[in-house]
Ligand binder design. Structure first.
Ligand code: SAM
Ligand code: SF4
Length: 342
């Protein structure tokens, strides 16, 4: 690999596209909607959300085309996200088509679990293996305070249905100062009897309003220290390649624990992921403002070949890390995660 020749093609191997820092681009996070049926405190304001007009959203046909082109460049893993993916009509039909694209060998989804339970059979048939379920608390009252919706029972049931159905389940729990830090240990305790990964995420200011705190107290270190006090045997385990989480296990527990330093941004050096927002903005870093409207290019009649060239060129200007991406912005980080695709 060199930055002069960013595409590496070996005989009988799939293409790999490298960015200007030598990182392979193999993973797309695709937001299929900016809408949601919850209103999580850390993600969206309670009221006043301006949803995108339908005409501004990528159509499923446009998404399939974009993924097809990216797959030819070496993207082989796609995670569907949003907003809440299941609020978009006909998501399941779309996922069948996505999974059939040549070169896409892993299709996963991140969901809040409110509508998910009814689709487990089709999700299995599509070949989805890994489901990230957002669940920040095991307490129904606190769930309501955080999400501003009364859906705890449904989401909690979905967790066990997903496990029963044999999915690889990761719980995403954003750690919020003064809101759910008492949930850290009960969530860790789930890993004793269930083969689930519980991942604690540092809260980022992507909430539609801007930073909630002057400094982030509940960072990676404080989260880990809290767990270690209760479970001194907490042991570091190997992180999967390109993992954004630092992973741990308590001996003899069935599941494991991860911490995602999303605010501290310690994982950027191996970042292999790009994002497509629901309105077709390409993001080459979570912290950038969106570097290019792929939707506008497609609607102006660009060919697949030209689109490929645009992607290759754009990936040669990728920020080194989330701090550099943030510095390049013209506005502060305040947008809601629903418009980004978390
Ligand atoms: N609605 C789906 C869900 O909640 O799983 C998918 C979209 S959501 C934006 C994707 C992930 O982003 C969730 O796991 C959520 O916890 C995380 N997230 C949203 N806002 C965040 C923030 N401000 N800081 C850290 N993580 C955040
Ligand atoms: Fe909706 Fe997911 Fe954001 Fe919560 S985190 S408001 S479920 S998009």
């Amino acid at each position: 690999m060199t930055t002069n020749n960013p595409i590496s093609l070996q005989p009988n191997a799939r293409p790999v596209l490298y960015d200007n820092h030598g990182r392979p681009i193999t993973y797309l996070r695709l937001a299929v909607t900016d809408r949601c049926n919850l209103r999580c405190f850390y993600c969206m304001p309670e009221e006043g959300i301006q949803y995108l007009h339908k005409s501004k959203l990528l159509t499923y046909e446009e998404m399939l085309r974009i993924v097809g082109v990216l797959a030819e460049l070496g993207v082989h893993k796609v995670r569907i996200t949003g907003g809440e993916p299941f609020v978009r009509h006909n998501l399941i039909d779309f996922m069948y088509q996505l999974a059939a694209i040549d070169g896409i060998d892993e299709l996963n989804i991140t969901t809040n679990g409110v509508l998910t339970g009814q689709y487990l059979r089709q999700m299995k048939e599509i070949g989805i293996k890994s489901v990230n379920l957002s669940l920040d608390t095991l307490d129904a009252k606190r769930f309501f305070e955080i999400t501003r919706r009364n859906e705890f029972e449904k989401v909690y049931q979905t967790l066990f249905d997903l496990l029963d159905a044999g999915f690889d389940v990761k719980i995403n729990a954003v750690v919020m100062d003064g809101k759910n830090t008492d949930d850290i240990l009960p969530l860790v305790a789930l890993t004793q009897h269930y083969p689930v990964s519980v991942r604690f995420i540092e809260e980022m200011p992507f909430n539609g309003e801007g930073a909630h705190y002057p400094i982030l107290r509940w960072n990676l270190h404080k989260i880990l220290d809290t767990i270690k006090v209760a479970y001194p045997a907490l042991t570091k385990i190997k992180d999967a390649p390109y993992s954004t989480s630092y992973n741990y296990q308590i001996p003899d527990f069935k599941g494991n624990i991860g911490v995602i330093a999303a605010f501290s941004r310690t994982f950027c050096g191996t970042c292999n992921r790009i994002r497509m927002t629901a309105q077709g903005e390409l993001k080459t870093c979570l912290y950038d403002e969106g570097v290019l409207s792929i939707r506008d290019l497609i609607r102006s009649g660009i060919s697949d070949g030209e689109l490929k060239t645009v992607f290759v060129k754009t990936f040669q200007h990728r920020a080194k890390d989330g701090f550099e991406a943030e510095k390049r912005r013209t506005s502060l980080v305040t947008e809601s995660m629903t418009t980004i695709g978390g």
